[in-house]
Design a protein around this ligand. Structure first.
Ligand SMILES: [Zn+2]
Ligand SMILES: [Zn+2]
Length: 335
Protein backbone atom coordinates (compact mmCIF):
# COMPACT_ATOMS: atom_id res chain seq x y z
CA UNK A 1 0.00 0.00 0.00
CA UNK A 2 1.34 3.37 -1.01
CA UNK A 3 1.87 5.98 1.63
CA UNK A 4 -1.25 8.04 2.34
CA UNK A 5 0.21 11.52 2.59
CA UNK A 6 -1.74 14.48 3.93
CA UNK A 7 -0.23 17.54 2.27
CA UNK A 8 0.31 20.74 4.18
CA UNK A 9 -2.49 22.33 2.18
CA UNK A 10 -4.79 19.43 3.06
CA UNK A 11 -4.29 19.82 6.80
CA UNK A 12 -4.29 23.62 6.68
CA UNK A 13 -0.70 24.11 7.80
CA UNK A 14 0.56 27.61 8.45
CA UNK A 15 3.44 28.67 6.22
CA UNK A 16 6.88 28.31 7.80
CA UNK A 17 8.54 31.46 9.08
CA UNK A 18 11.58 31.56 6.82
CA UNK A 19 13.29 28.82 4.90
CA UNK A 20 14.32 25.36 6.08
CA UNK A 21 17.86 24.17 6.57
CA UNK A 22 18.43 21.43 4.04
CA UNK A 23 19.62 17.86 4.59
CA UNK A 24 20.79 15.39 2.01
CA UNK A 25 20.72 12.36 4.31
CA UNK A 26 20.39 11.23 7.92
CA UNK A 27 21.41 8.14 9.90
CA UNK A 28 17.76 7.28 10.26
CA UNK A 29 14.56 8.28 12.00
CA UNK A 30 13.55 9.04 15.57
CA UNK A 31 10.01 8.28 16.69
CA UNK A 32 8.05 10.65 18.95
CA UNK A 33 4.74 10.95 20.78
CA UNK A 34 2.99 14.15 21.86
CA UNK A 35 3.98 13.88 25.52
CA UNK A 36 0.53 15.15 26.54
CA UNK A 37 -3.06 14.01 26.35
CA UNK A 38 -4.40 12.73 23.06
CA UNK A 39 -8.18 12.65 22.89
CA UNK A 40 -9.18 9.02 22.18
CA UNK A 41 -12.07 10.33 20.09
CA UNK A 42 -9.57 10.88 17.26
CA UNK A 43 -9.91 7.12 16.68
CA UNK A 44 -13.39 7.63 15.26
CA UNK A 45 -12.96 11.09 13.75
CA UNK A 46 -10.09 11.95 11.43
CA UNK A 47 -11.09 15.64 11.54
CA UNK A 48 -9.88 15.55 15.14
CA UNK A 49 -6.50 14.24 13.91
CA UNK A 50 -6.23 17.25 11.60
CA UNK A 51 -7.13 19.60 14.43
CA UNK A 52 -4.57 17.92 16.71
CA UNK A 53 -1.75 18.32 14.18
CA UNK A 54 -2.69 21.96 13.64
CA UNK A 55 -2.62 22.45 17.40
CA UNK A 56 0.84 20.91 17.61
CA UNK A 57 2.11 23.22 14.88
CA UNK A 58 0.65 26.19 16.77
CA UNK A 59 2.40 25.10 19.96
CA UNK A 60 5.72 24.68 18.23
CA UNK A 61 5.53 28.02 16.40
CA UNK A 62 3.90 30.19 19.06
CA UNK A 63 4.99 28.36 22.22
CA UNK A 64 8.49 27.18 21.30
CA UNK A 65 9.14 29.98 18.84
CA UNK A 66 10.11 27.53 16.12
CA UNK A 67 9.74 28.39 12.45
CA UNK A 68 7.33 25.48 11.85
CA UNK A 69 6.07 22.24 13.36
CA UNK A 70 9.14 20.40 14.61
CA UNK A 71 8.41 16.98 13.07
CA UNK A 72 9.31 15.77 9.63
CA UNK A 73 6.10 13.76 9.42
CA UNK A 74 3.19 12.96 11.76
CA UNK A 75 1.07 9.79 11.69
CA UNK A 76 -2.52 9.44 12.88
CA UNK A 77 -4.47 6.28 13.81
CA UNK A 78 -5.90 6.16 10.28
CA UNK A 79 -2.55 5.39 8.68
CA UNK A 80 -2.42 8.90 7.24
CA UNK A 81 0.97 10.62 7.16
CA UNK A 82 0.89 14.38 7.66
CA UNK A 83 3.68 16.32 5.97
CA UNK A 84 5.50 18.41 8.55
CA UNK A 85 8.84 19.76 7.49
CA UNK A 86 9.09 16.83 5.09
CA UNK A 87 12.18 15.05 3.71
CA UNK A 88 15.48 16.88 3.06
CA UNK A 89 14.62 19.50 5.68
CA UNK A 90 16.15 19.78 9.15
CA UNK A 91 13.60 18.83 11.83
CA UNK A 92 13.48 20.50 15.25
CA UNK A 93 11.98 17.87 17.53
CA UNK A 94 15.00 15.70 18.42
CA UNK A 95 16.78 18.19 20.67
CA UNK A 96 19.69 20.59 20.17
CA UNK A 97 22.47 19.06 18.11
CA UNK A 98 20.43 15.94 17.36
CA UNK A 99 18.29 17.07 14.47
CA UNK A 100 20.65 16.58 11.60
CA UNK A 101 21.22 12.94 12.61
CA UNK A 102 17.63 11.75 12.33
CA UNK A 103 14.32 12.74 10.86
CA UNK A 104 11.53 13.12 13.40
CA UNK A 105 8.28 11.15 13.02
CA UNK A 106 5.37 11.71 15.39
CA UNK A 107 2.89 8.98 16.27
CA UNK A 108 -0.28 10.70 17.44
CA UNK A 109 -0.46 9.10 20.88
CA UNK A 110 0.24 10.69 24.23
CA UNK A 111 0.94 9.92 27.86
CA UNK A 112 -2.77 10.00 28.72
CA UNK A 113 -5.92 9.39 26.73
CA UNK A 114 -4.85 7.53 23.62
CA UNK A 115 -1.55 5.96 24.69
CA UNK A 116 -1.42 2.74 22.69
CA UNK A 117 -0.71 3.07 18.98
CA UNK A 118 -3.28 1.20 16.89
CA UNK A 119 -1.88 -1.17 14.28
CA UNK A 120 -2.85 1.23 11.49
CA UNK A 121 -0.70 3.92 13.13
CA UNK A 122 2.28 1.54 13.32
CA UNK A 123 1.85 0.76 9.63
CA UNK A 124 1.70 4.51 8.98
CA UNK A 125 4.93 5.11 10.89
CA UNK A 126 6.66 2.40 8.85
CA UNK A 127 5.20 4.02 5.71
CA UNK A 128 6.71 7.33 6.87
CA UNK A 129 10.12 5.77 7.56
CA UNK A 130 10.20 4.10 4.14
CA UNK A 131 9.19 7.39 2.53
CA UNK A 132 12.01 9.26 4.32
CA UNK A 133 14.45 6.59 3.20
CA UNK A 134 13.29 6.91 -0.41
CA UNK A 135 12.84 10.67 -0.59
CA UNK A 136 15.16 11.99 2.10
CA UNK A 137 18.18 9.73 2.24
CA UNK A 138 17.29 8.38 5.70
CA UNK A 139 19.59 5.61 6.91
CA UNK A 140 18.58 2.35 8.56
CA UNK A 141 18.44 3.51 12.17
CA UNK A 142 15.05 3.59 13.87
CA UNK A 143 15.28 5.12 17.35
CA UNK A 144 13.17 6.76 19.97
CA UNK A 145 13.46 10.39 20.98
CA UNK A 146 14.76 9.20 24.36
CA UNK A 147 17.78 7.58 22.73
CA UNK A 148 20.48 10.15 23.44
CA UNK A 149 18.11 12.70 24.96
CA UNK A 150 16.48 12.90 28.38
CA UNK A 151 12.76 12.48 27.76
CA UNK A 152 9.97 9.96 28.22
CA UNK A 153 9.22 10.30 24.49
CA UNK A 154 7.97 8.31 22.62
CA UNK A 155 6.21 6.66 25.57
CA UNK A 156 6.34 3.06 26.72
CA UNK A 157 4.23 1.50 23.97
CA UNK A 158 5.89 3.15 20.99
CA UNK A 159 9.36 2.78 22.46
CA UNK A 160 8.88 -0.95 23.07
CA UNK A 161 7.84 -1.28 19.44
CA UNK A 162 10.84 0.76 18.25
CA UNK A 163 13.26 -1.38 20.25
CA UNK A 164 11.78 -4.46 18.57
CA UNK A 165 12.84 -2.94 15.25
CA UNK A 166 9.54 -1.20 14.40
CA UNK A 167 8.00 -4.26 12.71
CA UNK A 168 4.84 -3.98 10.67
CA UNK A 169 1.92 -5.44 12.63
CA UNK A 170 0.78 -8.82 11.41
CA UNK A 171 -2.77 -7.55 11.04
CA UNK A 172 -3.83 -5.77 7.91
CA UNK A 173 -3.86 -1.99 7.77
CA UNK A 174 -7.59 -1.67 8.29
CA UNK A 175 -8.68 -4.69 10.31
CA UNK A 176 -12.34 -5.35 10.66
CA UNK A 177 -13.49 -4.36 14.10
CA UNK A 178 -13.68 -7.37 16.35
CA UNK A 179 -17.26 -7.75 17.50
CA UNK A 180 -17.60 -7.47 21.21
CA UNK A 181 -18.88 -10.62 22.86
CA UNK A 182 -22.38 -10.40 24.21
CA UNK A 183 -22.19 -9.69 27.91
CA UNK A 184 -22.83 -12.87 29.82
CA UNK A 185 -25.97 -12.79 31.83
CA UNK A 186 -24.77 -13.12 35.36
CA UNK A 187 -26.82 -14.97 37.87
CA UNK A 188 -26.53 -12.98 41.02
CA UNK A 189 -27.50 -14.83 44.14
CA UNK A 190 -29.55 -12.29 46.03
CA UNK A 191 -30.52 -13.62 49.45
CA UNK A 192 -34.18 -13.95 50.29
CA UNK A 193 -35.77 -12.98 53.56
CA UNK A 194 -38.19 -15.27 55.32
CA UNK A 195 -40.11 -14.99 58.58
CA UNK A 196 -42.57 -17.28 60.36
CA UNK A 197 -44.33 -17.20 63.69
CA UNK A 198 -46.60 -18.97 66.11
CA UNK A 199 -49.76 -16.89 66.42
CA UNK A 200 -51.84 -19.33 68.44
CA UNK A 201 -51.17 -17.99 71.94
CA UNK A 202 -52.60 -21.08 73.60
CA UNK A 203 -49.51 -22.85 72.34
CA UNK A 204 -48.75 -26.53 72.75
CA UNK A 205 -47.31 -28.84 75.35
CA UNK A 206 -43.67 -29.81 75.62
CA UNK A 207 -42.83 -33.05 77.41
CA UNK A 208 -39.80 -33.21 79.68
CA UNK A 209 -36.50 -34.59 78.40
CA UNK A 210 -37.74 -34.80 74.82
CA UNK A 211 -36.53 -32.77 71.89
CA UNK A 212 -39.66 -31.07 70.59
CA UNK A 213 -40.12 -29.22 67.30
CA UNK A 214 -40.82 -25.53 67.31
CA UNK A 215 -43.94 -25.07 65.20
CA UNK A 216 -44.98 -22.10 63.08
CA UNK A 217 -48.55 -21.54 62.03
CA UNK A 218 -48.08 -18.17 60.39
CA UNK A 219 -45.97 -17.06 57.46
CA UNK A 220 -45.05 -13.43 57.12
CA UNK A 221 -42.60 -14.14 54.35
CA UNK A 222 -41.85 -17.50 52.76
CA UNK A 223 -40.23 -16.54 49.47
CA UNK A 224 -38.93 -20.02 48.72
CA UNK A 225 -42.20 -21.68 49.71
CA UNK A 226 -40.38 -24.23 51.85
CA UNK A 227 -42.62 -23.93 54.87
CA UNK A 228 -45.81 -25.96 54.74
CA UNK A 229 -48.74 -23.59 54.93
CA UNK A 230 -51.41 -25.78 56.47
CA UNK A 231 -51.54 -25.79 60.25
CA UNK A 232 -48.65 -25.54 62.64
CA UNK A 233 -45.62 -26.96 60.90
CA UNK A 234 -42.01 -27.14 61.98
CA UNK A 235 -40.21 -27.26 58.62
CA UNK A 236 -38.23 -24.11 57.93
CA UNK A 237 -36.23 -24.87 54.80
CA UNK A 238 -35.99 -27.62 52.22
CA UNK A 239 -32.43 -27.84 50.90
CA UNK A 240 -30.19 -27.06 49.25
CA UNK A 241 -29.80 -23.64 50.84
CA UNK A 242 -27.39 -21.49 52.76
CA UNK A 243 -29.04 -19.68 55.61
CA UNK A 244 -28.76 -17.48 58.63
CA UNK A 245 -31.68 -18.12 60.96
CA UNK A 246 -32.64 -16.46 64.24
CA UNK A 247 -35.16 -18.17 66.49
CA UNK A 248 -37.09 -16.62 69.37
CA UNK A 249 -39.32 -18.92 71.40
CA UNK A 250 -41.28 -18.39 74.60
CA UNK A 251 -41.95 -21.21 77.04
CA UNK A 252 -44.20 -20.96 80.08
CA UNK A 253 -44.89 -23.21 83.06
CA UNK A 254 -41.28 -23.80 84.03
CA UNK A 255 -39.86 -23.21 87.53
CA UNK A 256 -37.62 -20.15 87.86
CA UNK A 257 -33.99 -21.02 87.26
CA UNK A 258 -34.75 -24.18 85.29
CA UNK A 259 -32.66 -24.75 82.19
CA UNK A 260 -33.13 -26.16 78.74
CA UNK A 261 -31.62 -26.61 75.28
CA UNK A 262 -32.29 -25.39 71.77
CA UNK A 263 -30.89 -26.48 68.40
CA UNK A 264 -31.47 -26.68 64.64
CA UNK A 265 -31.60 -30.11 63.03
CA UNK A 266 -31.75 -31.56 59.56
CA UNK A 267 -34.09 -34.41 58.74
CA UNK A 268 -34.72 -36.26 55.52
CA UNK A 269 -37.09 -34.42 53.20
CA UNK A 270 -40.55 -35.88 52.82
CA UNK A 271 -40.60 -37.66 56.14
CA UNK A 272 -42.64 -36.59 59.13
CA UNK A 273 -41.19 -36.99 61.61
CA UNK A 274 -37.89 -38.01 60.08
CA UNK A 275 -34.78 -39.30 61.65
CA UNK A 276 -32.33 -36.62 62.53
CA UNK A 277 -29.46 -36.70 60.06
CA UNK A 278 -27.52 -33.87 61.55
CA UNK A 279 -27.90 -31.58 64.54
CA UNK A 280 -26.42 -28.13 64.97
CA UNK A 281 -24.74 -26.72 68.03
CA UNK A 282 -26.91 -26.84 71.15
CA UNK A 283 -27.76 -23.54 72.84
CA UNK A 284 -28.50 -23.37 76.56
CA UNK A 285 -31.26 -21.25 78.09
CA UNK A 286 -32.60 -20.61 81.59
CA UNK A 287 -35.95 -19.59 82.97
CA UNK A 288 -36.51 -16.14 84.43
CA UNK A 289 -38.07 -15.28 87.80
CA UNK A 290 -41.52 -15.00 86.20
CA UNK A 291 -41.42 -18.63 85.04
CA UNK A 292 -41.02 -17.68 81.40
CA UNK A 293 -38.13 -18.71 79.19
CA UNK A 294 -37.28 -16.41 76.32
CA UNK A 295 -35.13 -18.57 74.12
CA UNK A 296 -32.89 -17.01 71.48
CA UNK A 297 -30.83 -19.06 69.11
CA UNK A 298 -28.97 -18.17 65.93
CA UNK A 299 -27.51 -20.56 63.41
CA UNK A 300 -25.55 -20.04 60.21
CA UNK A 301 -25.36 -23.10 58.04
CA UNK A 302 -26.26 -25.03 54.92
CA UNK A 303 -29.02 -27.53 54.28
CA UNK A 304 -28.13 -30.09 51.67
CA UNK A 305 -30.42 -31.33 48.95
CA UNK A 306 -32.92 -33.84 50.28
CA UNK A 307 -32.88 -32.42 53.79
CA UNK A 308 -35.20 -30.15 55.74
CA UNK A 309 -34.33 -27.75 58.53
CA UNK A 310 -36.20 -27.56 61.83
CA UNK A 311 -35.73 -25.95 65.24
CA UNK A 312 -36.11 -27.96 68.45
CA UNK A 313 -36.25 -27.27 72.15
CA UNK A 314 -35.86 -29.45 75.23
CA UNK A 315 -36.31 -28.98 78.99
CA UNK A 316 -35.90 -31.18 82.05
CA UNK A 317 -38.69 -29.88 84.32
CA UNK A 318 -40.79 -32.74 85.57
CA UNK A 319 -43.49 -30.70 87.33
CA UNK A 320 -46.43 -28.86 85.82
CA UNK A 321 -47.31 -28.33 82.18
CA UNK A 322 -44.75 -26.65 79.99
CA UNK A 323 -46.01 -24.95 76.87
CA UNK A 324 -44.56 -23.16 73.90
CA UNK A 325 -46.65 -20.00 73.74
CA UNK A 326 -44.77 -17.99 71.16
CA UNK A 327 -42.27 -18.45 68.37
CA UNK A 328 -40.67 -16.28 65.74
CA UNK A 329 -38.19 -17.23 63.11
CA UNK A 330 -36.42 -14.77 60.85
CA UNK A 331 -33.89 -15.84 58.27
CA UNK A 332 -31.84 -14.81 55.28
CA UNK A 333 -31.59 -17.57 52.70
CA UNK A 334 -29.45 -18.12 49.62
CA UNK A 335 -31.07 -20.36 47.08
ZN1 LIG B 1 9.80 13.47 21.18
ZN1 LIG C 1 -6.60 10.40 11.39
Amino acid sequence: MAIDLVTRNAWGARAPRGSYSNLTSTRGVKVHYTGGRVDPRILDDHDRCVAAVRGIQGGHMDGNGWMDIGYSLAVCPHRKVFVGRGPRHLPAANGPGLNSGHYAVLGLVGNTGLVKPPDAMLHGIVDAIEYLRAEGGAGREIKGHRDGYSTSCPGAALYAWVTRGAPRPSTGPAPHPVPKPEPQEQEIDVPEYGSFGLSDASGYDVQANTWTNVNFDTEWADPLNDHVDAGANPSILDGPHLYTAALETTLTGLPAGAAGDVRFVEIKSGTTPGDILEAGAVGRWTVGDDGTANVHHVEVGSVQEGRKLRAQIRHAATVGTVRVTGAKLRMVVHR
